[in-house]
Design a protein around this ligand. Structure first.
Ligand SMILES: [Fe+2]
Length: 281
């Protein structure tokens, strides 16, 4: 990550990110846990244990300080491989007994069963969070979990539905002016075919991060002045989860390899944005 002076290009990358007031919020992100149909969660255990142990880990030198306690863990969907009762119970057990932090998940295309529809996980999400899309606030930041129905007969890349965009539009109007907002949904930057429509709905709302999953790897894209962060999956070849931090003057989304004990510094995967000063490129 290298710092650049503020240029018109950098300025355009900073659009949509306002300086916040008194915010210092840490949370972690992962996606596509794909709990197996028999309820087995073994493959998640190393990731959960690493997240539990992460607070106190030094940030890269260019950032300084240590990782704080995460307020919660965001999951960007596909909690289950297919939504059996055993998978649902398996996930509930790791959340209750293994993960030390609160989990905030939005569901993905696997969670409704696709062509073999099952409402098990949809009902789970409604019980846990009140509805499939939901809003919560933490440390002065507003989080919008945006569920979008996926067409199981369609391609892996699809549009966020008109219904979901309508929900987002309504919720954005409820945010006090300038409040930082984090949006998370299952479709990632590369898989979302109507990104421009989403950008239009966001308008001038202070959406500082758009988080997705679905394609399993940690990536970062800057597009139309918004920060698109794809959260990594335990079902990938990588031992990554992402540490996110929002403060008054800096926005971080840094994948961490917990086996190598190394931060991922590739700028196509990591975001280190000094608000009003510099941006990684
Ligand atoms: Fe998916």
């Amino acid at each position: 990550m290298k710092s650049l002076p503020v240029t018109p290009l950098v300025f355009s990358l900073l659009m949509g990110v306002s300086v916040t007031h008194g915010v210092d919020l840490t949370f972690f992100g992962w996606s596509d846990q794909h709990v197996k149909t028999d309820g087995s969660t073994q493959h998640l255990h190393p990731f959960i244990d690493a997240m539990n142990a992460m607070p106190g880990t030094p940030y890269p030198e260019s950032i300084g300080g240590e990782v704080g306690n995460p307020a919660f863990i965001i999951g960007a969907g596909d909690v289950t491989e297919w939504p059996t009762n055993a998978a649902m119970r398996g996930y509930d057990v790791v959340l209750a007994k293994r993960l030390k932090f609160k989990a905030m998940d939005v569901l993905g295309n696997h969670d409704d069963g696709g062509l073999a529809f099952s409402p098990t996980m949809l009902n789970w999400c409604k019980r846990r969070h009140g509805s499939l899309s939901y809003v919560f606030q933490e440390g002065g930041v507003r989080f919008i979990a945006l569920w979008s129905k996926f067409d199981p007969k369609g391609k892996p890349f699809q549009a966020i539905t008109a219904e979901s965009l309508g929900y987002l539009k309504t919720e954005l109007t409820k945010a006090p002016g300038g409040q930082p907002i984090v949006l998370f949904t299952h479709l990632c930057y590369d898989a979302m075919t109507n990104r421009d429509e989403l950008i239009k709905v966001i308008g001038d709302a202070n959406v500082v991060l758009i988080l997705g999953g679905h394609y399993h790897k940690a990536t970062f894209h800057s597009y139309k002045g918004r920060n698109w962060v794809q959260l990594p999956s335990p079902k990938s070849d990588f031992n990554h989860f992402t540490v996110l931090r929002i403060t008054d003057d800096r926005l971080l989304a840094l994948p961490y390899d917990f086996v190598k004990k190394e931060w991922v510094s590739n700028p196509r995967q990591a975001l280190d944005l000094r608000i009003g000063e510099a941006v990684n490129k």
